[in-house]
Design a protein. Structure first.
Lengths: 197, 216
């Protein structure tokens, strides 16, 4: 059995095209966290994010024959994830941002884990600061950004993707991506100013 | 920030933290920082944001995620040896026509020979097997005769005489090693020509190869 850990994405894709199921599993294993993280930070619904991530992988892996190895596999899969999440938001934005959490939640824990802590403009810094976990507050601040800003900021800071790849993923000019990220950071600074991080 | 005493703009602070400033720009920026507590505070705020964003925890998929994905994936079948052989087959109608014509030539010759034999008055005394043997001998003998005639005709031309004369001189001058090298070069050139002809006449694909790297 091939040592998949030492192989590049392109080499894994070649094995997948030869019918190696383990190669498919390796690709899912490599990208399940970054893809799920990106989608979650766009849609802000844990359960729905997992459904969309699953949908993304199924789309990508069933179309593996159409992947052009001259491009980065990560760009391709993030592009599909980004589009899948935005498509969902276009259809379901009001429900996704429900304060009560996922409409699919069946228990209070699930509802809590999928809930979106919306921060209104009227909310005081003291109320906002009541959320003690910094990561959670940053997630909330990211959720207040435009969806396109969310993708750009998560890909740059969280996934360490270069500007050029983000431009490819989002299908936008390089300058637009830089502007998005700059504006997103400024908005985040304003949203998180009370924390003095 | 165009001068040392001007505060850097947000874009410059971001570029500094991204490592996007060149040496000269970074030197000016850091020189300003030394004497400006306001900008030191500003930089630390930006640095804090960068650090916090980079430290965002990844979202862990629930157990069984990979299996649920794989349940919806059709794993491509492993290519069989037969499938690999198929790659050598022509892909165009013209290619198939050429192959078919090439394969049909001996059959046509054999068919014509059998027809001619059957039409002869003495053929009725022969068995079918004997007729086939006769036809085959006739075709192969005829092909050999045709090739001999063609060779003779070609060798009688001035061009062929010049070629033969040149070849004799080459044999005398080059010796066994030179002849061997020339033979290898000729074989390679012939193989290359055949490969080019094959790809342009037989393998010239009419299928559109359209990779769509970023769309499904």
């Amino acid at each position: 059995m091939a040592d998949y850990n030492s192989l590049s994405d392109q080499e894994i894709v070649v094995l997948a095209r030869k019918g190696k199921e383990a190669a498919y599993r390796e690709l899912v294993g490599r990208y399940q966290r970054p893809v799920l993280s990106l989608i979650y930070r766009i849609v802000r619904d844990r359960e729905k994010a997992e459904d969309l991530a699953q949908e993304t992988f199924i789309k990508v892996l069933n179309a593996i024959e159409r992947y052009d190895p001259t491009f980065k596999f990560s760009s391709w899969i993030f592009k599909i994830a980004h589009n899948t999440a935005l498509d969902h938001l276009r259809r379901k934005e009001p429900l996704t941002l429900s304060l009560e959490g996922s409409p699919h939640a069946t228990t209070s824990d699930e509802a809590e884990s999928s809930s979106f802590t919306a921060v209104s403009v009227d909310e005081t810094p003291e109320e906002f600061a009541a959320n003690r976990e910094l990561g959670a507050q940053i997630d909330v601040a990211i959720a207040r950004l435009r969806p396109e800003y969310r993708t750009a900021i998560v890909l740059w800071h969280h996934d360490a993707r270069p500007y050029e790849e983000i431009a490819e993923i989002m299908g936008l000019p390089l300058g637009t991506v830089k502007t998005y990220i700059h504006r997103a950071r400024n908005e985040l600074r304003q949203h998180l100013a009370h924390l003095r991080i | 920030m165009t001068e040392l005493n001007l505060h850097p703009e947000a874009e410059q602070i971001e570029a500094y933290l991204e490592g996007g400033l060149d040496d000269a720009q970074r030197a000016v920026f850091e020189s300003h920082l030394v004497g400006c507590s306001r900008c030191q505070g500003e930089l630390e705020e930006w640095r804090g944001l960068f650090t916090a964003l980079a430290a965002l925890p990844p979202i862990e998929p629930s157990p069984g995620f990979v299996d649920r994905v794989m349940a919806g994936v059709t794993v491509a079948p492993a290519p069989a040896r037969a499938a690999a052989a198929v790659r050598w087959l022509p892909r165009t109608t013209r290619g198939w026509s050429l192959v078919a014509a090439f394969l049909a030539l001996p059959m046509l010759g054999l068919g014509a020979a059998v027809s001619w034999l059957v039409a002869q008055p003495w053929a009725s005394a022969l068995s079918a097997e004997a007729l086939l043997v006769l036809a085959w001998n006739g075709v192969s003998g005829g092909a050999a005769w045709v090739s001999r005639q063609v060779t003779t005709l070609v060798l009688q031309t001035d061009f062929a005489r010049t070629l033969v004369s040149g070849a004799r001189q080459f044999l005398l001058m080059a010796g066994a090693t030179g002849v061997g090298l020339a033979a290898i070069a000729f074989c390679l050139a012939a193989l290359g020509s055949a490969w080019i002809l094959y790809h342009n006449l037989v393998r010239n694909s009419t299928r559109e190869v359209n990779y769509a790297p970023y769309t499904l």
